[in-house]
Design a protein around this ligand. Structure first.
Ligand SMILES: [Ca+2]
Ligand SMILES: [Ca+2]
Ligand SMILES: [Ca+2]
Ligand SMILES: [Ca+2]
Length: 396
């Protein structure tokens, strides 16, 4: 609660001047993978349409303007929390404006990671989710365009598996459970079966276990059909049982080590304000980290859609599956202006032949757009084609 208040107060000043909302305003999609918080974070009503579930997610992670005790308007950037379930579960969201690439930490996404004082290492609860970004290239306002991964610290680690695919199988909720003989907290260690294309032959199949703490179905009710498949990059497991024997009984004590940087719900959150980054904390994400499917860096001037998915497939005893939580996000530079280059008629950040093609088509249609008056004389005409061609000739 204390942390939330600090966030809110810090944002009070920003709200007074910001044209764009610094917080999430829209959730486009949500599909958790099976897990112990499925259909409780957020809750799911039986038979609820998918749109209504997404609205519930939006209430949890979209920012809210609230009045504090002194009547001042403050922003709550972390109104609630959602859990993405096991590997692959995801959420897709956006702001009321494109996030401009400022070649800095561009945005932050908040989770609930924390450092444990009892841990012998840097960590405690770290459940890293991978961030992907997308540009609304076809201009339809929907996230149906190319996605790019933001390459975090583990991207080139040999233990990271790119192109990992996992399929979960809908359980028979009435089957006879198989309690774990060594762990009384686990009531069914063959609950939800999965198979994967893991490069390690010993890790191509397993189960999401059921524990005594969560008795509802762990199968996402929003999933249609008998199976559900997710793909993505899988990070190396980070959990370790640092327990000990007490009177001949193993007392488990699970720790989940931090990844270095570049993941959601990986390190404790704080609000980055452009000053010296706080080492060891979640500093946020840079659009400059974007790579394509082949791992090649991609230059993006802005992004319209952001996706987070859980990148870990591991069971940690009574703690259950590792699952990324998402509690909200901010655009660090909400009022940054997208730079426009003269001659960039299609506004893709570059001046090229495609701009000439578009300009010719606009003129033939007796039409124009925001950028078609290339020579700035107030109208879109053949003179703009000449002007644009000269820009191109000068470039070469
Ligand atoms: Ca689109
Ligand atoms: Ca977490
Ligand atoms: Ca262009
Ligand atoms: Ca003109």
């Amino acid at each position: 609660m204390k942390k939330l208040l600090t966030f809110a107060v810090l944002f009070a000043a920003l709200l007074a001047v910001a044209q764009n909302k610094p917080y999430i305003t829209r959730v486009y999609d949500f599909m958790p993978a099976p897990g112990q918080f499925v259909d409780t974070l957020p809750p799911y009503k039986v038979g609820e349409p998918h749109d209504s579930l997404i609205a519930r997610v939006a209430r949890a992670i979209c920012g809210q303007e609230e009045e504090d005790d002194w009547g001042e308007t403050v922003i709550n950037v972390k109104p609630g929390m959602i859990s993405l379930g096991s590997f692959g579960g995801y959420v897709v969201f956006g702001f009321d404006h494109p996030v401009v690439n400022c070649h800095d930490y561009d945005f932050q996404i908040f989770g609930n990671a924390f450092q444990s004082n009892a841990s012998i290492g840097a960590g405690g609860s770290s459940e890293p989710g991978i961030v992907m970004v997308s540009v609304d290239a076809n201009g339809n306002g929907l996230p149906d365009d190319q996605w790019y991964e933001l390459a975090g610290s583990e991207y080139n680690d040999p233990k990271t598996q790119h192109g990992y695919e996992i399929t979960y199988y809908k359980p028979d909720e009435d089957k006879v459970p198989t309690p774990d003989p060594n762990n009384s907290m686990i009531t069914d260690n063959t609950y939800i079966r999965w198979t994967s294309n893991d490069v390690n032959p010993d890790s191509t199949a397993g189960y999401v276990c059921r524990n005594i703490y969560h008795t509802q179905s762990y199968w996402p009710q929003a999933a249609n059909g008998e199976t559900i498949t997710f793909t993505g990059s899988k990070l190396k497991n980070n959990g370790e049982d640092q327990g000990r024997y007490l009177l001949g009984q193993w007392q488990p004590s699970w720790f989940l080590y931090y990844k270095d940087w570049g993941y959601v719900d990986n390190r404790p959150d704080y609000l980055y304000d452009g000053s010296e980054p706080k080492q060891g904390m979640n500093m946020g994400f840079k659009i400059d980290w974007a790579v394509d499917d082949a791992g090649k860096p991609v230059k993006l001037r802005k992004v319209d859609f952001i996706k987070v998915y859980n990148a870990i497939n591991q069971q940690c005893g009574w703690l259950g599956e590792t699952s990324t939580e998402v509690c909200g996000a901010i655009d660090i530079h909400p009022d940054a202006v997208l730079p426009h280059v003269t001659g960039d008629v299609n506004d893709d950040g570059e001046v090229g032949i495609s701009d000439v093609t578009l300009l010719v088509n606009l003129i033939m249609d007796n039409s124009s757009n925001e950028y078609s008056d290339v020579n700035g004389d107030g109208e879109t005409s053949v003179a703009d084609i000449t002007f644009l061609v000269n820009i191109l000739l000068d470039q070469n």
